[in-house]
Design a protein around this ligand. Structure first.
Ligand code: MF3
Ligand code: CO
Length: 291
């Protein structure tokens, strides 16, 4: 834990309660688990009630934008048009797209089709065709609070192979979510995701994972799916992170497009699918903030 805080001092979480009746037992429990040799969250990763309320408001916009895209997306539409819808809907609701100008990223959403794994850049040239699968990844900043989630969309009639990939990628997030509970480990979630992908004959991208999110767009911890039960960071109430495994139909290897420095593709050219959920660890399990 950070600095020494007295029993009768106000708690660091701004609840207004004395430390001894608020987070003291919580901090001691985390300290014990640290001493057992586990990776534990820093105090800054435990969101206060006020911060959670702010993140929830931001997440409402994220969900509304995804719902809006879901109602409009169709064959013949360019990914630039999707980007425009995302920008307009987000701004109308009082938010700002978090990807726009983020480390030089030029657009308001990531749109990743077929063998594009993630970080596809919307473009007028990129027109959706019947049979495509596409991930639309949305992130929002509102009053300094961040949200981040993504969905897959099937355009027109998609092959059974691609449809199954999209379905299993969603199931991977859902089996992972079931493992999100306080005093478990991120590796419990990671292994569940990985095992489900493998049981279905798929692979999971290793280089890109999920992340803490809320006060910044990308915070610690980094969230891997090539992890095993009982390893990686402890999950504690108040943590907010994403589960966003990229599930490949073929090999797990990827490369980044040299021309734009962002877009990841599968090396073997086979399709990849990804759903992303933003989740809060609660006292007795989890709460989905955006999906
Ligand atoms: N939403 C993506 C993520 O899950 C955003 C990546 S950063 C970008 O982390 F600049 F590429 F958008
Ligand atoms: Co993310």
């Amino acid at each position: 834990m950070a600095q020494k805080i007295g029993r009768n001092d106000p708690c660091w979480c701004n609840s207004g309660r004395k430390y001894k009746v608020c987070h003291k037992a919580f901090d001691e429990k985390i300290q014990r688990i640290r001493e057992e040799g586990h990776i534990v969250p820093e105090q800054g990763m435990i969101k206060t009630a006020e911060q959670i309320a702010g993140i929830r408001e931001s997440a409402k916009i994220n969900i509304a934008v995804l719902d809006y895209v879901a109602g409009q997306i169709k064959a013949g539409m360019s990914t630039e048009e999707i980007d425009r819808m995302v920008y307009e809907k987000t701004v109308r609701m009082g938010g700002v797209p978090a990807t726009l100008h983020y480390q030089g990223f030029p657009k308001s959403a990531c749109t990743s089709r077929n063998e594009q794994v993630c970080h596809g850049i919307p473009s007028e040239q990129d027109v959706l065709k019947d049979g495509d699968i596409i991930n639309v990844d949305i992130s929002t900043r509102l009053n300094g609070y961040y949200s981040d989630s993504s969905r897959m969309f099937c355009i027109g009639s998609v092959s059974p192979e691609k449809e199954r990939l999209v379905r299993v990628a969603k199931e991977c997030v859902e089996v992972g979510l079931k493992e999100v509970k306080p005093w478990g480990f991120l590796g419990d979630m990671g292994q569940a995701v990985h095992d489900h992908a493998f049981a279905n004959g798929y692979t999971v991208v290793r280089e890109i994972g999920g992340h803490g999110v809320g006060l910044e767009f990308h915070e610690d911890p980094w969230v891997s799916y090539n992890s095993t039960r009982g390893t990686e960071m402890l999950m504690a109430p108040g943590m907010v992170f994403t589960i966003e495994p990229m599930i490949n139909m073929g090999r797990p290897e990827i490369y980044i497009d040299d021309a734009n420095g962002w877009t990841a593709y599968t090396q073997d050219g086979l399709p990849s699918a990804q759903w992303e959920v933003q989740v809060l660890v609660t006292e007795d399990g989890y709460e989905i903030l955006s999906y």
